[in-house]
Ligand binder design. Structure first.
Ligand code: G6P
Ligand code: MG
Length: 215
């Protein structure tokens, strides 16, 4: 059965914003007095803001050092920094191959959904000019359960009335790939194979994706 829907993660798949998440978290870690490496950062991809903070604090051996209120304050501080980074981004932050793929899918009549954990997704899409490609946008404001829970993908498929088995998910995180597979969606990893062992297939960049093999 040919696939009828493409569901895209945002950060690190369509736009190069993962680096800004990393910079903002790294600044917080430095303030707290420990180093936060790119390797540590892999664990935060696709993960919600508060869970990301918990993982970061664990890296710094500070897991139980703060109250809930202090943690909310730290997450807000990180987000303010991140929002500063993304407030001036433009189409130059769109990752290689993303735009032609969205255009081709649209031409073929394939439905396109966003499935992002980010509460900043709308502003990013608007700033880089990708909003118009999406038939439905599901983001961190519309779901209550975080990846690897599949809610962020199933909500999009349900809204479009497309069976899960006819959806292809594009993801740069292990949590997101796991979420896709739980509900029988094809899990396409975008990035390095060594980081994306949960994927059905991995492409180092969307520009290498073979659309005719899947749609
Ligand atoms: C994406 C990113 C994560 C980020 C999450 C929440 O899934 O990969 O690194 O923590 O969104 O983003 P937000 O912008 O709401 O803090
Ligand atoms: Mg991502």
């Amino acid at each position: 059965m040919p696939n009828k829907c493409a569901i895209f993660d945002l950060d690190g798949v369509l736009v190069d914003t993962a680096k800004y998440h990393y910079l903002a978290w790294k600044e917080l870690a430095e303030k707290l007095g420990f180093e936060f490496t790119l390797e540590h950062n892999e664990m935060l991809k696709g993960v919600s803001r508060m869970t990301s903070l918990d993982i970061l604090l664990e890296v710094g051996h500070m897991k139980d050092a703060f109250t809930e209120e202090e943690k909310v304050k730290m997450a807000t501080e990180k987000n303010n920094r991140y929002v500063e980074y993304i407030s001036n981004i433009d189409e130059s932050e769109i990752l290689d191959g993303a735009l032609p793929l969205l255009q081709e899918l649209k031409q073929k009549g394939i439905k396109i959904a966003l499935g992002s954990a980010s509460k900043n997704a709308q502003i990013i899409l608007k700033n880089v000019g990708l909003e118009k490609y999406f038939d439905v946008i599901v983001d961190g404001n519309s779901v209550s359960k975080a990846k690897p829970d599949p809610e962020v993908f199933t909500l999009g498929a349900k809204t479009l009335g497309i069976p899960y088995e006819e959806c292809v998910v594009f993801e740069d995180s292990q949590a997101g790939l796991e979420a896709a597979k739980i509900v029988g969606m094809l899990a396409v990893g975008v990035g390095q194979e060594k980081d994306l062992t949960n994927a059905d297939v991995v492409y180092s960049s969307l520009k290498d994706f073979k659309i005719e093999q899947y749609f």
